[in-house]
Ligand binder design. Structure first.
Ligand code: 0PR
Length: 352
C-alpha cells in the first residue's frame, strides 16, 4: 500500500519544510550513494567537501573542517563527544542552557558526561551568572543556542565564549535551526565574530534541503581527529562520523539548495518568514492573546488549552512549548494564506 506524501498545508510547528525543487532533484540522483565510504563513493565525497565549503562561507569559518551529519542531534552529540575525548578529566561535565535542545540529554547519556543546565532569564536567553557558577575545571564544553527551538532566541555568545575560555572548555554553538536565517540579522553568531570551536547548522531545516542533512562544523582540526576511529577493511582508513552508512541524497540536496539559495534566496525567504511572523503576532495581539515578541521567525502564543485542542482536531499540526504556549514556526512552506486560514479557525473555534 502506498502512503500519501505529507501535505504541508496545515503544518505550523515543524522545523522541517518542503525541499527546494533543485534539492529534491539532487537527492533523487544520489539515493544509492554512501558518503560513509568516501573512497568508493567519490562523487558524493566531493559534494560533501563542497557542502562544508558552502557552510563555512555562511558561518564565517576560515579553514573549515566538518561533515554533513544526520541532523542537529548527531552534530550536538559529536560536539560533546569531541570535547570529552580531547579533555583529560575523569569526570567531565558540559554546561548547556535549559533552552538547549533535548539532544544534549541524549549526548550526556550515551557519553556518560554530566549535563549541567543553566536557567534562562525572562528574555529566554541563558543566564550568564548561572553558567559561570556551574562551570568548573571539569567542564569540557559550554554550549550556546543561536535560535532556540521553543522561542527562537539567540544566547549571548560572546560572553559565553569568554566563560568557556576561562575554564578551558570548548565553546559550541547550536545554530541547527537559526543558521540559515541569522546571516540576515545583526546577531553576532559567526566563527569570525566570536571564538567558536564547534557548531551545529542544519541544511534540512531553514536551509531547504531534503532530510537528512545536518551540519557539524569546527574551527579546530583536532576535533575531527578526536572523533576518528580506524576502519581497517574499508578503502578509507578512518571515520569521524557517528553513523556509518550515511545519506548521499542529503548531501547532494544540501549542496543544490545552498547553490540555488545562498545568499539572496535565503535572504528573501527570511524576510517573507519574518513578515509572516510579525503579521501573526499582530493578529493574536489584536484578539487579546499574549505573545512572546518574536526575534526570529518563530512565535509563541499564550492560548487556552481547549482552543489548542480544537485547532488540532481541525487538522492543524501544532505543538506547545514546555511552558504550554502554542508555538508556530514560520518555515518556508508557511504562507500568509495558510496563516489567514489558521486565524479564521482561531476565530471560529474560540467562539464555541
Ligand atoms: N538543535 C536545535 C536548536 C533544534 O531545534 C533541533 C531540532 C535539534 C538541535 C536537533 O535536530 P534534529 O532533529 O535534526 O536532530 N528541533 C526540532 C524539534 O525538536 C526538530 C523537529 C523537526 C521536530 C521537525 C519536529 C518536526 O516536525 O522540535
Amino acid at each position: 500500500m502506498r502512503a500519501e506524501p505529507q501535505d504541508f498545508g496545515r503544518v505550523l510547528s515543524s522545523m522541517c519544510t518542503t525541499p527546494h525543487p533543485a534539492a529534491r532533484e539532487a537527492a533523487e540522483q544520489f539515493l544509492a550513494t554512501n558518503p560513509g565510504d568516501p573512497d568508493t563513493y567519490q562523487a558524493v565525497a566531493d559534494l560533501e567537501a563542497q557542502a562544508i565549503t558552502q557552510l563555512a562561507e555562511i558561518t564565517g569559518l576560515a579553514s573549515p573542517h566538518g561533515y554533513v551529519a544526520s541532523g542537529g542531534t548527531e552534530a550536538n552529540i559529536q560536539a560533546v563527544r569531541a570535547a570529552r575525548n580531547l579533555a583529560t578529566t575523569a569526570e567531565p561535565n558540559v554546561v548547556v542552557p535549559d533552552s538547549g535542545h533535548f539532544s544534549f540529554q541524549k549526548a550526556a547519556g550515551v557519553l556518560n558526561v554530566e549535563l549541567r543546565t543553566a536557567p534562562t532569564t525572562d528574555e529566554y536567553r541563558v543566564d550568564l551568572d548561572a553558567v559561570s557558577a556551574l562551570a568548573d575545571e571539569d567542564t569540557v564544553l559550554i554550549a550556546g543556542v543561536a535560535g532556540t527551538t521553543e522561542y527562537g532566541r539567540v544566547d549571548p555568545l560572546g560572553e559565553l565564549s569568554r566563560i568557556a575560555r576561562d575554564v578551558d572548555a570548548l565553546f559550541h554553538v547550536d545554530a541547527a535551526w537559526g543558521g540559515f536565517v541569522l546571516p540576515f540579522t545583526d546577531y553576532e553568531w559567526r566563527f569570525d565574530q566570536v571564538p567558536i570551536d564547534t557548531m551545529t547548522i542544519d541544511p534540512h531545516k531553514m536551509g531547504q534541503a531534503a532530510v537528512p542533512a545536518g551540519g557539524f562544523l569546527t574551527s579546530m582540526p583536532d576535533v575531527l581527529d578526536a572523533l576518528a576511529i580506524d576502519t581497517p577493511y574499508l578503502e578509507s582508513t578512518d571515520q569521524a562520523t557517528l553513523t556509518g552508512t550515511r545519506s548521499g541524497a542529503g548531501i547532494a540536496s544540501a549542496v543544490a539548495a545552498m547553490e540555488e539559495l545562498w545568499r539572496t534566496g535565503y535572504r528573501d525567504q527570511f524576510q517573507r518568514s519574518m513578515q509572516n511572523t510579525e503579521w501573526l503576532a499582530d493578529a493574536f495581539a489584536d484578539r487579546g492573546f499574549d505573545t512572546v515578541s518574536p526575534t526570529l521567525p518563530l512565535l509563541a502564543i499564550d492560548l487556552p488549552d481547549g482552543l489548542f485542542s480544537r485547532l488540532r482536531e481541525e487538522g492543524w499540526r501544532i505543538s506547545r512549548t514546555g511552558a504550554g504556549e502554542l508555538r508556530i514556526v514560520c518555515m518556508p512552506h508557511v504562507t500568509r494564506e495558510q496563516l489567514s486560514a489558521f486565524m479564521a479557525d482561531v476565530d471560529a473555534l474560540r467562539a464555541r
